[in-house]
Design a protein around this ligand. Structure first.
Ligand code: HEM
Length: 129
């Protein structure tokens, strides 16, 4: 039987395994590899983000909308909803590979919602670009 997602260590493993897949992906890896210089910092931040999201801690205080609008601008507005689809497939695959239970389903739903939110804001930000 696989494990449930219960604590920060579980989220750390999830985030690390996910970004290994992301970095190796032909279509979206370069957005990350060419932007992120301090991977340890990024992985910690993403663990904070998901911990706040699922366990209700208050340790993430970034602004994902501003960050993704800036990434889209940096790459000459190349981000598409198809790329978000690839991101989500890797997220789902990592969750299913490592864990099971209610939090797996919650994390799938939250990422899906967040993707819609981010891509809509990217489109909106291009109107003012
Ligand atoms: C095609 C899809 C995506 C791409 C190309 C992408 C790319 C990136 C990159 C390059 C960064 C680092 C930015 C920097 O440090 O300057 C970043 C940060 C981040 N991403 Fe994404 N991302 C994608 C989808 C998502 C999704 C769906 C989520 C959440 C469900 C997400 C959550 C985050 C968060 C929380 C950060 C940290 C923001 C901060 O600095 O506070 N990303 N993303």
């Amino acid at each position: 039987m696989k494990k449930q997602i219960e604590n920060r260590d579980d989220l750390k493993l999830l985030v690390r395994t996910f970004y290994d897949k992301i970095r190796a992906d032909q279509e979206i890896g370069f957005f990350f590899n060419e932007t992120i210089t301090d991977w340890e910092e990024h992985l910690e931040k993403l663990t904070d983000f998901w911990e706040a999201n699922i366990l209700g801690t208050k340790n993430y205080n970034g602004n994902p909308i501003t960050v993704h609008n800036a990434v889209d601008k940096k790459f000459n507005h190349q981000i598409t909803s198809n790329l978000f689809g690839i991101w989500l497939n890797l997220w789902f695959a990592t969750l299913d590979e490592l864990f099971e239970g209610e939090n797996v389903e919650i994390l799938k739903r939250r990422a899906q919602k967040m993707s819609t939110f981010l891509i809509m804001n990217i489109f909106k930000s291009r109107e003012h670009a």
